[in-house]
Design a protein around this ligand. Structure first.
Ligand SMILES: Nc1ncnc2c1ncn2[C@@H]1O[C@H](COP(=O)(O)OP(=O)(O)OP(=O)(O)O)[C@@H](O)[C@H]1O
Ligand SMILES: [Mg+2]
Length: 507
């Protein structure tokens, strides 16, 4: 059980400053966390949340400031170092060893040994039993012998949490932990978090999902532009108030008006069936000029698979795709692009980003063909100014257009990907979870651009797991469940209840 200290805080980060070339990422930031609480850390993309946590774990070295753990000044040199002192981080990109068992992952680097005369052996039995007991105490149904890489993301995450507990954690940091979890998995995560809290552990929780914050957080600290705005009891805030603190101004509407009236059919999909028998089957729909078609469903509904197939990234067994009434073959993204399609993928880390290249290159890489000038030389000036204009419109926060994209915050990298596909001037833009990981203010910018594209006659398919976004931005909402198209909702029919009903039809 972690000690309560005289100050009443288990962790104090005092006056932390950190700059990178061209940016002051943290400016005299103070964060104080009480034991046995869930402490949400909120702020727009690039506010400095991840940087602050990286300073805690010694991944970055702060320029000034102190870190005090249970009353004593500490300086960690690595995440492992912090872990041993009871401060752990549940990473979004899981850092386990996929080919080893769960028990080996939990005890990695401190395996229990047993002696036989002068010889020492790994005590597999103890490792197994200790892991089983740990899982049981946390109410996790995970077999210690299972291969880590074979578990779902949510179970792998649970293992990381179990590992933290086994180190007698007093502070556990979670940076956007729920972004790839289903609703049920998120509920399970919340149960684990509440359990940690009741054991006296402090959980620092970073998320852009407002509703989660009010479900789980006791206290909320808000950062803006590298500074700490303040710390509040969750009970004294409401959603609008929190947004105001984050963006530093009044936000009016959450969604811009989507005014356009859809025109003729641009894209028609008939009986599309994936080659993979476990994926989508017999999906038919159409998409009109100027229309935003939402695709709703639960995680696992095969929505991403469907749009990837439309973009030539997945094999199709049967079915037809028509663009402007003509049958087309889409066997590769190149085919798709030539028919006027663009795809913004949901997974910004896995696909699409060239970490070492500049924001300009990352923005323009899919549309260079349009900028071939005389003698087939690229017109760099035009590329640069076009890329800059798009990123300005999305309010991408970057020291310059020449900065390596890996140095941008997670949400700002996402914005660069959005601008990349806008730059290709697609007629049909497919957006898979376009605002995942993006802060409230920037969401509005993306919605505004979507509405404007629709007004200018472009068509948009938007896969989204966020109900308000589906309801606020779509002309029609098509719902998938377990790879089947279970219905399309429009007008008064488009309600949260109806979407859920269709999304769970076969569950
Ligand atoms: N290694 C780095 N080099 C240069 N700049 C960096 C580096 N790491 C972070 N930054 C900058 O520091 C600022 C804060 O970034 P940080 O990743 O902490 O934001 P965040 O609050 O976690 O945002 P998000 O919600 O988008 O994840 C950003 O302007 C970012 O560009
Ligand atoms: Mg971050």
């Amino acid at each position: 059980m972690p000690n309560d200290t005289a100050s009443g805080y288990v962790l104090e980060m005092l006056g932390i400053s950190k700059s990178f070339p061209g940016v002051q990422a943290l400016n005299d930031v103070t964060l104080k966390v009480r034991p046995g609480t869930v402490h949400a850390l909120m702020g727009e993309n690039g506010a400095g949340k991840s940087t602050l946590m990286k300073c805690l774990f010694g991944i970055y070295r702060e320029d000034s400031g102190d870190i005090v753990l249970k009353g004593a000044k500490v300086k960690f040199h690595s995440a492992k170092d912090a872990l041993v002192s009871g401060v752990s981080m549940i990473h979004q990109e899981l850092l386990n060893v996929p080919d080893r068992s769960v028990r080996e992952n939990v005890w990695l680097g401190r395996e229990p040994m047993r002696s036989f005369g002068p010889l020492r052996f790994l005590d597999h039995r103890k490792m197994h039993e200790d892991t089983a007991a740990l899982m049981k105490s946390l109410d996790m149904e995970i077999d210690p012998a299972d291969r880590m890489g074979g578990l779902s993301i949510s179970k792998q995450q649970a293992c990381e949490i179990a590992k933290a507990v086994s180190y007698d954690a007093s502070v556990v940091v979670m940076d956007e932990p729920s972004s790839s979890l289903t609703e049920t998995e998120t509920e399970h995560l919340f149960r684990i978090i509440r359990d940690l809290r009741s054991r006296g552990v402090a959980v620092i929780y970073i998320s852009h999902k407002m509703s989660e914050i009010f479900q789980i957080a006791d206290e909320v600290s808000v950062m803006r532009d590298g500074r700490m705005v303040g710390t509040y009891a969750a009970s004294e805030l409401d959603e609008d108030g929190l947004i105001r603190l984050m963006v530093g101004r009044d936000t009016t509407d959450r969604f811009p008006p989507v005014a356009s009236v859809p025109g003729e059919v641009r894209l028609e999909v008939r009986g599309l069936t994936a080659a993979n028998p476990r994926s989508f089957r017999d999906v038919s729909f159409d998409l009109r000029r100027g229309e935003i078609l939402g695709i709703g469903g639960l995680v696992g509904a095969q929505r991403t698979e469907l749009v990837e197939a439309l973009f030539g990234l997945r094999e199709v067994a049967s079915g037809e795709i028509l663009v402007d009434g003509g049958l087309v073959r889409v066997r590769s993204p190149r085919d798709a692009i030539s028919h006027g399609l663009g795809l913004i993928t949901e997974d910004r880390r896995g696909s699409g980003i060239f970490p070492l290249l500049s924001v300009t290159v990352n923005t323009s890489v899919a549309s260079l063909g349009r900028y071939l000038g005389k003698a087939r030389l690229l017109e760099h000036r035009r590329i640069e100014s076009e890329a800059a204009k798009l990123n300005e419109a999305l309010r991408t926060k970057t020291p310059s257009m020449g900065t390596q994209i890996q140095n941008l915050s997670g949400g700002n990298q996402q914005k660069v990907l959005v601008s990349r596909w806008l730059m290709t001037l697609p007629d049909i833009l497919i957006m898979d979870e376009p605002t995942r990981g993006i802060d409230v203010g920037a969401k509005y910018e993306i919605y505004t651009i979507m509405a404007e594209l629709a007004r200018n006659g472009k068509s948009i398919i938007m896969v989204s797991s966020e109900m308000p976004e589906l309801l606020g931005m779509s002309h029609r909402i098509m719902v998938l469940c377990a790879g089947r198209h279970t219905g399309t909702l429009e007008g008064k029919q488009a309600t949260q209840e109806n979407i859920m009903r269709l999304a769970t039809q076969f569950v």
